[in-house]
Write a protein that binds this ligand. Structure first.
Ligand code: COI
Length: 364
């Protein structure tokens, strides 16, 4: 039987003035709506206690397994307001299915797609005033579903009690500098994931393991780090929070193939599908880091961009490593292909272009 998320409304929601102030300049991941949705799973009772309740601190025992063994998965997707006031999400079923795959890898229970969608609908319905108005640029309501081992137990085994929640955060552009290309650092000392590990799952540990490489990049004046395969340190994987694409001089749109260590981004797979509409030949294959350096030098690589739900499509500029750099091909605001892919996605998401693939799902 599917879950019903009963609404327990908070008695002290943000005032209209405070909400308007936040929505005028939301930033990314800083402000949260009045409510959250949750459900609990017990080994013997399946999913239960589904509810929408006031956003606030969660109570966990210090022995909760997630705090020790990182048994946790999460998702990221957005709610977009269209001109007529309706609220939509982009391929949320794909996020539900990825969360199920991530859960299997982390030995967590799977939340059925219909319950995942019901949790989003219930929360967005309760907090619909927090979804930014249409036509305010790139603003949306970022939804962050997550699931963790809440059982108080220190033995190393899959938890018998698990909590699922969704929180919501009004969001502007992920990179406040807009389309200004990001500079990347090659993380040569730190890998993000390895064969047989959790790299393809959306789990906090992958993000934690990307931070040292990210920090190294920041210390070298870069915005983000690019991670290589852990076995040979020669092929390009991803940025930790975003996938990478290369536009070649002969009209191909190339991205690293999924090897089990790369996250299968919803934006990544949507771009691969959109490529043909834009006259590009999509290609998933191994890409050597030397190919990047060489391609930028000889002109066979025309544009490079990163993509993800939070940042949509972001131009990539210079590549740096210990002792060298490959120049940017991105100009001030990214190349033409980068910008047209970005526009095509945003136009579908905000209802400005026809949704010919049925990618939009109405939330409210
Ligand atoms: C997303 O793009 O939604 C991500 O998950 C990236 C990051 C904010 C963790």
């Amino acid at each position: 039987m599917s879950l019903t998320f009963d609404l327990h409304r908070r008695s002290d929601p943000a005032s209209d003035e405070r909400r308007a102030e936040i929505l005028a300049n939301p930033g990314f991941g800083v402000h949260f709506t009045d409510h959250m949705a949750s459900a609990t799973w017990s080994k013997d009772g399946d999913w239960h206690s589904a509810r929408v309740h006031p956003y606030g601190p969660i109570t966990l025992m210090p022995s909760a397994a997630v705090l020790h063994y990182a048994q946790e998965v999460f998702e990221g997707l957005k709610a977009y307001r269209h001109e007529d006031g309706s609220i939509w999400s982009f391929r949320p079923e794909a996020n539900a299915e990825r969360m199920q795959r991530s859960a299997r890898r982390l030995a967590l229970p799977e939340l059925p797609t219909e319950d995942f969608l019901a949790s989003l609908r219930a929360l967005v319905d309760a907090d619909r005033a927090w979804v930014p108005a249409a036509g305010t640029g790139e603003t949306s309501l970022y939804l962050r579903p997550f699931m963790y081992a809440s059982e108080a137990f220190l033995g190393v085994r899959p938890a018998n009690e698990v909590t699922y929640s969704v929180i919501a955060s009004p969001a502007g552009a992920y990179f406040p500098r807009g389309l200004k290309p990001v500079t990347l650092w090659i993380s040569e000392h730190y890998a993000r994931a390895g064969a047989g590990g959790t790299g393809a799952a959306k789990t906090g540990g992958n993000y934690a393991s990307s931070l040292a490489g990210q920090l190294e990049g920041t210390e070298h004046g870069c915005d983000q780090a690019v991670f290589l395969d852990s076995a040979t340190q020669t092929t390009i994987e991803e940025l930790g929070g975003m996938n990478l694409f290369f536009v070649t001089d002969d009209g191909r749109l190339v991205t690293p193939e999924l090897t089990g260590t790369i996250l299968e981004g919803v934006t990544r797979s949507s771009i691969l599908e959109l490529a043909k509409d834009l006259g590009l030949e999509p290609e998933e294959r191994r890409i050597r880091i030397e190919e990047w350096k060489q391609g930028v030098a000889d002109g066979t690589i025309r544009e490079i961009f990163a993509c993800g739900t939070a940042a949509v499509v972001t131009p990539v500029g210079e590549l740096r490593w210990d002792g060298g750099a490959a120049p940017s091909t991105a100009g001030e605001e990214g190349g033409e292909v980068t910008r047209s892919i970005r526009r095509a996605l945003l136009d579908i998401q905000y209802g400005r272009a026809e949704d010919t693939r049925g990618w939009l799902t109405r939330l409210a």
